[in-house]
Unconditional design. Structure first.
Length: 367
């Protein structure tokens, strides 16, 4: 009779052989999928039409199907992430997606871009939200990724204002759980921290923690969390608030983890591009509306959605650029602009609005 140790070795050897065979099958199937992607590219080129290699509605459908078919033990989200990277690599064989995002490297916006497009996309960091809009409008990149709202601190006004002067459309969305960490460099004296760098939004999201742990320390707002991480590299008495990606990219040590005041803190990002997106089966629509300054204007704006049972998810107000004390409404709702109920609601809103601009219909965030 074999010793228990020998039994374990034999069992592990059998399991490892099985894993190797499965890995071989997976590799063959991924290669077959990649070959299929190349054939798709050839068909598109042969058609003589403008080839749209990245199709947001199609990718959303594939990810949803991956989650629906998942039988565990991996979570639905983990399964979708695996498919996200496979699709990203296959798409890069057809035409790498060029994406601009609010930089520099190491920001949460870059993390959102990678989450949505995968690591095979070509990403380009830019220093301001309006620069991301301009880069997409100029055709230098196909898509841009910009933050639009945080669950703790609310709307990102620069993003909404940029839509007022742009013809770009929203092509997708991605929500990112935001975890902030206090980090230091290898020259920082942890007991002598007198300055903490971070983006103003991140600082606000960690206000209570900072009040409790570093009440007398100077808080310096900078352009991004990645910029904060870079500054700390050369200062012995400073720390930064940033995320995991910045810590890894700039070689910083995390002194305190998850210091955000709300554990459910998350940020929503928008994918902007120039092409309208067909319905995916589970979509959202965003629009910008200017109402005439008259009694009952807000009721006239909202009533058509209620009549046609269109579910509003967000209503935001921004000052109009056309005059004092006039406002623009930014509205998100469930449904695609091409569905009958939405079409009718938009027709009624348009009849009473001074101006209506549909910012895009796009798949609801899967990941």
């Amino acid at each position: 009779m074999a010793e228990p140790g020998e039994k374990t070795k034999r069992l592990l050897a059998v399991l490892r052989d099985r894993i190797d065979r499965i890995d071989g099958d997976i590799a063959q199937l991924i290669s077959a999928r990649a070959e299929c992607a190349l054939e798709v590219a050839e068909v598109k080129k042969a058609s003589g039409q403008i080839a749209l290699y990245y199709r947001p509605e199609r990718e959303a459908q594939v990810l949803r199907h991956a989650m629906e078919r998942n039988q565990g033990p991996l979570t639905d989200e983990e399964m979708a992430r695996l498919f996200r990277e496979i699709m990203s690599a296959c798409l890069a064989l057809e035409e790498p997606v060029k994406v601009a995002y609010l930089g520099p490297e190491g920001t949460f916006t870059q993390q959102a871009a990678l989450k949505h497009f995968g690591h095979s996309a070509e990403s380009r960091p830019l220093t301001a939200i309006d620069e991301v809009f301009r880069e997409v409008e100029a055709g230098a990149v196909s898509y841009g990724v910009v933050p639009v709202e945080n669950s703790t601190e609310g709307v990102i006004s620069h993003t909404l204002d940029s839509f007022m002067n742009s013809n770009l459309l929203i092509c997708g969305e991605v929500e990112l759980r935001i975890h902030h960490h206090l980090m230091i460099s290898d020259i920082t004296r942890a007991d002598s921290i007198s300055r903490i760098y971070s983006h103003a939004q991140s600082m606000a999201q960690c206000r209570k923690w900072l009040d409790a742990h570093y009440p007398g320390v100077e808080r310096v707002a900078v352009a991004s969390n990645a910029e904060a991480a870079k500054r700390v590299k050369g200062e012995w008495n400073a720390a930064a608030i940033a995320g995991d990606m910045a810590a890894g990219l700039y070689g910083l040590k995390i002194l305190a983890e998850k210091i955000e005041d709300r554990p459910d803190n998350s940020t929503r990002f928008l994918i902007i591009g120039s092409q309208a997106v067909p319905a995916s089966g589970d979509d959202k629509t965003s629009l910008m509306v200017s109402m005439r300054n008259e009694p009952g204007a807000l009721h006239d704006l909202l009533a058509p959605f209620q009549r046609h049972k269109v579910d509003l998810t967000r209503v935001e107000t921004r000052p109009s650029q056309s005059g004092n004390w006039t406002y623009v409404f930014f509205i998100d709702f469930i449904g695609h602009r091409d569905t009958p109920a939405v079409e009718e609601a938009l027709r009624e809103v348009g009849s009473c609005a001074a101006d209506l601009k549909i910012l895009g219909s796009y798949p609801r965030g899967v990941l």
